[in-house]
Ligand binder design. Structure first.
Ligand SMILES: O=C1O[C@H](COP(=O)(O)O)[C@@H](O)[C@H](O)[C@H]1O
Length: 240
């Protein structure tokens, strides 16, 4: 597993633009090396801002989007097309504007399994297969240190066997979600944790300070080859 590296940008806008540029290069490199690229998307403000920056980048078409597999680190378990679904926001920000990316979505709450997030999680795990190895896994970081929908001191953060779990009674709305687990996230070549703002500074400092993942799940989000914490100055303010 990799040792975390920290990159600090002046503000959130610059972070989103620089991360979009970094992401486009990573996807082009993955396609050059392996023919396809696989990317885990995140919801949240920074994650969606990065996708908007990818959309408006002149380098966007350097990626063959028909050979990109897109997954979600977590999904808010809501009806199809709901504005709070991470999928809906990612489609509006980028996916509706690039040709034929292979989007692997979590079933919505009005989908094949109805209002059964455990069944939706099991189906997503089956779609992932037995040995997913994502090129890049994008993650936001919550104020209490959650990543994807893995929250501190929760059944999800202790999960070791399942690749994908249903999350109920989530402290952040909506209360029901589907999430990759930390072992699945750690199967990624590169994990990029992206966050901005003073409200995230304590979580960033605690996560990089070696907190146990049960207390601060972001601390357990580590890539095989690389772990990048991409921050603005406010989120980095409590780092030594
Ligand atoms: O609800 C969620 O929140 C986190 C963090 O969002 P942010 O707006 O504070 O950056 C996000 O990573 C996750 O995917 C999403 O479902």
């Amino acid at each position: 597993m990799s040792v975390p590296e920290v990159v600090v940008h002046r503000d959130g806008d610059l972070l989103a633009a620089a991360t979009a540029a970094r992401l486009l290069t990573a996807l082009v490199d993955a396609q050059a090396a392996r023919g396809t690229a696989s990317l885990v998307l995140t919801g949240g403000r920074t994650g969606i801002a990065v996708l908007e920056q990818v959309r408006s980048s002149p380098a966007r078409d350097a990626v063959d989007w028909s050979r990109v597999d897109l997954w979600w680190g977590d999904e808010r378990f809501l009806p199809s097309g709901h504005p709070e679904r991470n999928e809906t926001q990612a489609r509006e920000a980028l996916l509706d504007h690039v040709p034929a990316a292979r989007a692997h979505v979590v079933e919505p709450s009005d989908g094949r399994f109805g209002d059964d997030p455990e069944a939706a999680a099991a189906a997503y795990a089956e779609e992932l297969g037995s040995a997913p190895e994502f090129d890049v896994c994008l993650l936001g970081v919550g104020e209490e240190g959650h990543v994807a929908s893995v929250f501190p001191d929760s059944p999800a953060v202790r999960e070791r066997d399942l690749a994908v779990v249903a999350v109920r009674d989530c402290p952040k709305p909506p209360p029901t979600r589907v999430s990759l687990t930390l072992p699945t996230i750690r199967a990624s070549r590169e994990v990029w944790l992206m966050t901005t703002g003073a409200a995230k500074a304590a979580a960033v400092a605690t996560g990089l300070g070696g907190a146990p993942e049960a207390d601060l799940p972001a601390a357990g989000a580590v890539g095989r080859s690389r772990t990048l914490w991409l921050l603005d100055t406010a989120a980095a303010a409590k780092l030594p």
